[in-house]
Design a protein around this ligand. Structure first.
Ligand code: FES
Length: 217
C-alpha cells in the first residue's frame, strides 16, 4: 500500500532533526511501522528516496534490528525475555504458557491478527526478571499465570497498566512514540523503584565512582 502523504510529511519532519539525514532512518522505520503495522516495501522505498540511499541499505538496517518487522505484527506485540537471568527465573516457562494460550510460536502472527509472540533478548530490566513486554512496555516479575492473565485482559479489551510506564495502547501507537518520543506519557505509571537503585546505593555507600576518561578501571 502506498505511503500516505501524512506519513511522508512526518518522515520529512524527522529528517530535519538530524545534521546528517541518514541518521533519521531508525525513527523513520518506526514511523513506517506505526502507520503500516510492519516495514513494507513501499516504506523502504520511501525512506530510501527521502534519504538518497539505496533500498538495499534501508533493507539491511530493517533486517538487522529485530524491532523492525517484515510481516504484520497484530494489535499487540508480546515479547518474553529468555536471556540468562530471565530464563533462569522462569522466562522460558512464561514463554511456553503464552505460546500455549495464544496458539502461536515465535514471530508467528495469530489468525485473527490480535497478538504476536516473540522471544526477546535482555531488555536491561533484569532487576525485575523475568520480564515481558507488551507493545514494548514492561511487565515486571511475571509468572506464567500473570502473563496469561495480561493477554486475557487485553483480549477482553480491558485496561492494562504496565508496571513501569503508561497503560498499554497497541503496537502501532508504541511505534509512533519511538518515532516521536514526546507523546506526553512520560509521567504516567511507575518509573524507578528501590530495587532498581540498589546498585547505585551500594556504590555511594562504598565511595565507588566510574573511572575518569583515559583511566584504567
Ligand atoms: S535477562 Fe531479561 S531483562 Fe535482562
Amino acid at each position: 500500500m502506498a505511503i500516505s502523504e501524512q506519513t511522508l510529511e512526518s518522515m520529512r519532519d524527522i529528517v530535519t532533526r538530524y545534521p546528517q539525514s541518514r541518521s533519521a532512518l531508525l525513527p523513520m522505520l518506526h514511523l513506517v511501522q506505526s502507520a503500516e503495522g510492519e516495514v513494507t516495501p513501499e516504506g523502504i522505498a520511501a525512506c530510501a528516496d527521502m534519504l538518497g540511499i539505496s533500498k538495499a541499505e534501508v533493507t539491511g538496517v530493517s533486517t538487522f534490528y529485530t524491532m523492525y518487522k517484515r510481516k504484520p505484527v497484530g494489535e499487540h506485540h508480546i515479547g518474553v525475555c529468555v536471556n540468562t537471568l530471565c530464563g533462569l527465573l522462569g522466562g522460558d516457562a512464561v514463554y511456553e504458557a503464552l505460546s500455549e494460550r495464544l496458539g502461536v510460536g515465535h514471530n508467528e502472527p495469530i489468525a485473527d491478527g490480535k497478538f504476536s509472540l516473540e522471544r526477546i533478548e535482555c531488555q536491561a530490566a533484569c532487576t525485575h526478571a523475568p520480564v515481558m513486554t507488551v507493545d514494548w512496555e514492561f511487565m515486571d516479575d511475571v509468572t506464567p499465570s500473570s502473563a496469561v492473565d495480561v493477554v486475557d485482559r487485553l483480549a477482553r479489551g480491558e485496561r492494562v497498566e504496565s508496571t513501569r510506564g503508561p497503560a498499554i495502547r497497541n503496537f502501532q501507537a508504541s511505534e509512533h512514540t519511538l518515532a516521536f518520543p514526546d507523546d506526553g506519557l512520560a509521567g504516567e505509571g511507575n518509573s524507578v523503584d528501590d530495587k532498581m537503585l540498589a546498585g547505585l546505593r551500594y556504590a555511594k555507600e562504598h565511595n565507588m565512582a566510574a573511572p575518569q576518561s583515559g583511566q584504567e578501571a
